[in-house]
Design a protein around this ligand. Structure first.
Ligand code: DAH
Length: 375
């Protein structure tokens, strides 16, 4: 039965509904214990499908001359509901605040229950810092230089002929590859008006920068990032080296070997032997590769059993070295009749792989926290 059919007039029916709502809304709001419950209750009354909206739908049954009066009743009730809602909302907030203020005090300075996980240095940084510490304690100063280098400092002044394979596009990242018209295919050529640039392929460029910028004697190390176009289990296109060199009067290979022996002793552990094998690098003469006794298969008596890390040889190659070539001195404006020196350069990834027994060098750059957490 619709309101219109009712014996009670539309006016009476709607007024009753309004009064019924007016009689209960305050206690309903008071009964809401949380802000969410209060908002739910409010929506039941004022919402789009709420009770007041439902009442308004009865307006059609109200005779025209009574509509204004009923409309005023509706508006008044709506206003009262809104005021009561705000009131109760404020009351709930005050209640929460009072509860907080009256609660027993808590100590902000107590340590957390779950310890925050602490990060640590990357294995390459750990190894670099240790090597730097050892060499600084032997008296070497630390030198720095750019990763984008001119060709002359990376190759030319170090005695690389222009067609040396290392200067090939397949091996080196050239930043500026303008060539002279008649250059040989593989070799970008620098010359008048050209300063070819590349991503340095080793830290040996620092030898040139130091010797052209400082007067000997000098003893420097230079840790840094270097780049080559390599990518496999034992090579990464970006890797790290540390260069070490010393220039003075009457420097001999004995000084070089002394520094290497001391370094091996301090970095790889007491009694670690060193051996030099003749090798070739354009910027040293004589040149050598350096092996250290394998730290993994060392026996109590100091001998080596041979293991998979050292490929059963008992020795692990860690760096290249030699006596600075007179050509390098000359191209850096240092008189090779007065000055002699040694240099060595070591790959930090190689040392990290050897020290920690890491099976694939690329793990060092994948940044997998499960791997990094092991150091
Ligand atoms: N620069 C060489 C390389 O990247 C390493 C090296 C060999 C550095 C002999 C030296 C050295 O200082 O004397 O392979």
């Amino acid at each position: 039965m619709s309101a219109a059919d009712s014996p009670i007039t539309g006016m009476t029916s709607i007024t009753r509904s309004l009064e019924a709502l007016r009689a209960t809304f305050r206690s309903r709001f008071e009964g809401a214990a949380t802000e969410q419950a209060l908002r739910d209750e409010n929506a039941k009354i004022l919402g789009r499908k709420g009770e007041l909206t439902a009442i308004l739908q009865q307006m059609g049954a109200v005779p025209a001359n009574e509509r204004k009066a009923v409309g005023e009743l509706v508006n008044a009730l709506k206003r009262d509901v809104e005021l009561a809602f705000d009131d109760r909302l404020g009351g709930l907030a005050k209640g929460r605040r009072d509860a907080e203020l009256n609660a027993p005090p808590f100590d902000l300075t107590l340590p957390g229950r779950v310890p925050a996980p602490l990060g640590h240095a990357h294995p390459i940084s750990i190894v670099r810092d240790e090597i730097v510490d050892v060499l600084v304690s032997l008296g070497f100063a630390v030198h720095d230089g750019p990763e984008v280098e001119v060709e002359e400092n990376n190759f030319g002044k170090l005695g690389y002929p222009p067609d040396h394979p290392a200067t090939d596009m397949q091996d080196t990242f050239w930043v500026d590859v303008r060539r002279k018209a008649n250059a040989t295919p593989a070799a970008p050529v620098s010359g008048a008006g050209f300063a070819l640039t590349l991503l340095r392929s080793h830290t040996s460029n620092i030898q040139v920068r130091a010797m052209t910028g400082h007067k000997p004697p000098m003893a420097f190390i230079a840790p840094g990032t270097v780049y080559r176009r390599d990518d496999d289990a034992t090579h990464s296109p970006m890797f790290h080296q540390i260069e070490c060199f010393l220039v003075d009067r009457n420097v001999t290979m004995a000084h070089l070997k002394g520094v290497l022996a001391e370094f091996a002793e301090r970095f790889f552990g007491a009694g670690t032997p060193v051996r030099l094998r003749p090798s070739y690098f354009p910027f040293v003469e004589p040149g050598a590769e350096v092996d250290v006794g394998c730290p993994f298969c060392k026996r109590a008596d100091g001998s080596r059993a041979g293991c998979s890390v050292c490929k059963r040889t008992g020795w692990i190659e860690i760096l290249g070295c030699g006596m600075i070539h007179p050509t390098v001195f000359e191209s850096c404006g240092v008189d090779p009749e007065q000055w002699t020196g040694f240099a060595f350069g070591m790959g930090l990834e190689r040392v990290a792989v050897v020290r920690y027994g890491i099976p694939d060098m690329r793990l060092l750059f994948e940044n997998d926290p499960r791997f990094l957490a092991q150091f």
